[in-house]
Ligand binder design. Structure first.
Ligand SMILES: O=C1O[C@H](COP(=O)(O)O)[C@@H](O)[C@H](O)[C@H]1O
Length: 351
């Protein structure tokens, strides 16, 4: 029984301020994680099996959800929309759009950019904490990071900690696995002289229960970024993201209720419009909370969606548009000319 979770002080008949509700929910969730960590520790000491521990964790989680349901909180509106669009325009804080004549020149610039972020990370905490997407990104990233070109500095993977911006609930050697794509494209090709990154794949034990998988992944983040109750969100040094043809990024899809998630760091999705249906994803506040956020989008196939995201009001409410809104000048788009032909959003000349 989770003794410290208590929403009984809230009378559902009485309207109360959304800030108090947020605070209560945050406290309940923080208490839950603390209690569950402690109970898991005790269970391990008592030699419970993995299955028993997993069942206990799921039961505790379900109790939390029941408690949270009783907290009367109206759903916040989807972030973005007219207000924030005009706010960004008046404040003049725009994402940076770079366009290159091909993948090679894009990779050279991306390398320079990642190295700048790496230096900042090393200065900040002697480590470089990155979240990486799947899809077409890892291939371009490999071109950038494994280039034999020391002009902009050296990549030191030994201080990298790599998390997944999103992951599909499939085995790690499955064709759909974002881990597999990154492993095949990049991780397996890193020469020993560049060091070995710490990589955090999903825990495939929990493939049948994506909520539990998301919780486990959040626990992994907590271990690296400190406990959730002591930091509001994990602050990545860099998030390297892709942009789907519908404007999705990570596994945050257009008009999906997950875009409203404001408590969890990692969330499950069971109805992804793009297969596979079951996935986990970093949430919007974690993405926009990063120190730097980079999108890589290339090829004519991305032209239509980029023009929507960057040039239209409607595009501002798409997941990529919401990252632009929330991240503003922290966001950089690395594109080729094919992807942004006809897009009127102003380009930047150089990094
Ligand atoms: O499903 C996904 O798609 C997006 C975009 O992929 P792309 O192939 O169009 O670049 C990707 O960023 C995400 O990680 C992945 O799970």
């Amino acid at each position: 029984m989770i003794s410290r979770i208590d929403s009984s002080s809230l009378d559902p008949q009485i309207p109360f301020c959304s800030k108090c509700v947020e605070e209560l929910k945050r406290k309940m969730t923080a208490d839950f994680h603390e209690e569950r960590r402690e109970m898991t520790r005790v269970a391990r000491v008592r030699d419970w099996t993995d299955e028993e521990i997993s069942a206990m964790r799921i039961e505790l989680r379900d109790q939390l959800y029941e408690e949270l349901k009783s907290v009367n909180k109206p759903l916040p509106p989807l972030p973005g929309g007219d207000d924030s669009a005009s706010r960004r325009r008046t404040m003049g804080k725009q994402p940076n759009l770079y366009s290159f004549d091909g993948i090679d020149s894009l990779a050279t610039a991306l390398r320079k950019y990642v190295l700048q972020c790496q230096s900042a990370g090393f200065e900040r905490h002697n480590a470089f904490k990155v979240a990486v997407s799947g899809g077409s990104l890892p291939k371009t990233l490999t071109k950038a990071l494994l280039a034999q070109d020391d002009e902009a500095g050296k990549v030191d993977f030994s201080k990298w900690e790599v998390f997944f911006a999103d992951e599909r609930a499939v085995p790690l050697d499955h064709e759909d696995s974002n881990y597999k794509v990154l492993k095949d494209e990049l991780l397996d090709k890193i020469p020993e002289s560049m060091g070995k990154p710490i990589v955090h794949p999903i825990d495939v034990h929990y493939m049948g229960d994506v909520q539990e998988m998301a919780d486990q992944y959040q626990d992994a983040l907590m271990k690296s970024f400190a406990a959730k109750d002591s930091v509001k969100i994990p602050i990545f040094d860099l998030l390297l993201l892709g942009c789907g043809p519908d404007g999705h990024t990570c596994s945050l899809f257009p008009n999906h209720e997950l875009l409203r998630e404001s408590d969890a760091w990692v969330a499950p999705i069971e109805d992804s419009p793009k297969p596979p249906k079951k996935r986990i994803t970093l949430t919007l506040p974690v993405v926009t909370g990063g120190i730097k956020i980079a999108f890589v989008a290339t090829g004519e196939g991305k032209r239509e969606i980029l023009s929507k995201i960057l040039d239209t009001e409607e595009g501002r409410s798409l997941p990529c548009g919401l990252v632009n809104e929330g991240g503003a000048e922290k966001v950089s788009w690395f594109t080729d000319h094919g992807a942004v032909q006809g897009v009127s959003f102003p380009r930047r000349g150089s990094l």
